[in-house]
Every structure is written in C-alpha cells, then in structure tokens.
Design a protein around this ligand. Sequence first.
Ligand SMILES: Nc1nc(=O)c2c([nH]1)NC[C@@H]1CN(c3ccc(C(=O)N[C@@H](CCC(=O)O)C(=O)O)cc3)C=[N+]21
Length: 368
Amino acid sequence: MASSILSDCSTARLLPLRRALLPQRVPRIHPCPALASPRRLFAAARPQLLPRPHRMDSVPAAASSAESATVSADASAKVIDGKLVAKQVREEIAVEVTKMRDAIGIVPGLAVILVGSRKDSQTYVRNKKKACEAVGIKSYEVNLPEDSSEEEVIRHIASFNSDPSVHGILVQLPLPRHMNDENILNAVSIEKDVDGFHPLNIGRLAMQGRDPFFVPCTPKGCMELLHRYGVEIKGKRAVVIGRSNIVGMPAALLLQKANATVSIVHSQTKNPEEITRQADIVIAAVGVANLVRGNWIKPGAAIIDVGINPVDDPESPRGYRLVGDVCYEEASKVAGAITPVPGGVGPMTIAMLLSNTLESAKRIHKFK
Ligand SMILES: Nc1nc(=O)c2c([nH]1)NC[C@@H]1CN(c3ccc(C(=O)N[C@@H](CCC(=O)O)C(=O)O)cc3)C=[N+]21
C-alpha cells in the first residue's frame, strides 16, 4: 500500500523533472512531527457539491474560526474538483466553437512550438493537441531540434503571426538553455499570445483601467475555480506563495483586480507560515513538494495548489507520483476548500488555453 508514503508530507523528495520551470524557492520543508492520523484520505471518493458558476457566497467552511480550537481529525475541506470544472469549461467551449463555425465558417486555430525533446514537454504538447481536437479547435504543431537557433524559432513565430488560420501561438516552456526566453516570447504577436506571457499583456494586467488581450492560463484557471466554487474574493486576505512570471506574479495581480488584499510570500520572506495563516485564500505556486503544512492554514480558508511535483514512489507504475506544494492530508483537515493534485489546477490550465484561443478567434473576427 502506498498509504504510508502518501500520508507523510515530511518525507517527500523532489525529482529533477521540470526543474528548469520551477519558480523561485521558498525555504525548504521543515522537519515535521508525526501526523496525528496516518489514515489515507480518499478525497476523490468523498461526496462533493457540484460547482455552480459564478456564485459569490463564501465556501462552507469545515470549521469556523470559533471552532478552530477543536478542529478534529475528521474535519474535511470541500474538494475543488478541477478535473470536473475543466470538463464543464471544455463543453462550453465546444458549443461556442460550433456556433462560430456554423455562423461565419471560422474554426479557431492554435499553433504550438516545441523545441527539443523533453519527455514532459512532449506529453504536455500532446495533451494540448488532444484537448483542442476534442472541442473542435484546429491545432498546428512545429517540433524543432534542441540545437535550433533563436532565429529559427522566431521565424516560425513570425510565420504563425501572419497566418490568418492561427489565432493563438504557444511556445512550450522551458526552452533550451542557449535561448533567451524574452527574445522569443516578445516575438509572439500580442493579439495571438494565448499564454499571456508577452510583457505588454502582463503590463496591462498590472495596470488599473486596462485589460490585457490574454490572462495567463494557470492563474486564470485558479480564478475560475474560485469563482465557480463561489469563493468570495472582494475584501478578503489572499496570500500567493511564489512570484514566478508565469503563475505567482499574475495570480497576485488577478486577486488584486478582484479586490482582495494580497501578500506575496517568497524565498526571502521571514515568516511565511505566519503570513499565510492570515489568508482567506491561498494560491501556492512555488514548486516545492508539500511545503505548506496544515499549521500554515487559517481554518476555513480556500486553498489553490498549483504545484505539480514529482516525488519518488516505487509503487507507482511510473516510479513517481505527483504531489502539490501543499500537504494535502494536513491542509484538507483545516481548510474550507482545497484543490487536489493531480486533478486540480492542471486540467484548468489546458481548459483556459482553449478558452483564450476561442476568445482570440472571436476578437479577430469580431464574432460575439
Ligand atoms: N508555454 C507554456 N504554457 C504552459 O501553460 C505550460 C508550459 N509552457 N510548460 C509546462 C507548463 C506545465 N503545464 C501543465 C498543464 C497541464 C497539466 C495537467 O493537466 N496536469 C494533470 C496531471 C498530469 C499528469 O498526471 O502527469 C493534473 O494536474 O491533474 C500540468 C501542467 C502547462 N505549462
């Protein structure tokens, strides 16, 4: 049984996979006392409330603050089911894609550029293609060898920029070390930057009264989960753990736009636990397995776990399994709602990519 491994957040070890993508680090995991209950939680099997779109009442907390002193081992958070919401979003997109095709004969197109042969990147790109096909979005793929020059990549971007059948362009990250990400991402036309990584899109996201063409997919997916589960954001305290360009920073900007009071916890933060404990909403995006322990969490808080960290697991067919940045077993006893890993933010990232691609095609063709 994998339960002994699963239930111990202190023994997780990071594998080097995806390391180049990992955002800045927060101090490593502190040694932790044995867990009160070594029992494995079967989160997926627990009855769940179906998410209702955009209802703004608060999450029914597992324990209110008054009860927090007596939070029992059985208190359990509502599971924020990213897999389910992503499926709903994809169904909504498929309907709109069909509508647009029938009305104006336009099919949204997404171009993906992959440089090199990293196994994980190949898997992500394959999954994106499959997701496109399933909703009727046309996908175009370019695979370039690891030793390609920056100019070659930029040539392909330029050709997609001027191709009217392409509405979204994604350059799979991480790029090989010899390439300058900035030069490459800047070459993507901001009207087709479905990743939302172009500095102009990020800049507009940061400014009041302006809107970017696209919001980066992972943070957008986090916000969509909060909205669809009716988590109130306005006036609440939010903590984002991690300050990467692709997740932490834009997530903090989005929460602020939604009128939360936002703190960012990062590798130089002196008292991350104490600050995180004040948050009604936590977005953890730091790339350190099980960093956020149960005692970092305010009772009833909503927790969005962006981490997808591979840890050794000889009992899993792949030899590893994925865990989040949050120690799920501990946190789910304190939080009001929490995303699992896998099955949380990951599937939403891909759903938001499809959503951005559809949005782009609609904007370019002025289709409401
Ligand atoms: N230009 C660019 N844009 C990206 O959005 C981008 C990228 N590069 N490079 C890599 C990261 C990573 N990423 C994920 C997408 C889906 C899952 C996902 O669906 N995960 C599943 C499980 C996957 C599994 O089991 O292996 C889940 O969490 O349930 C994970 C990670 C997008 N990224």
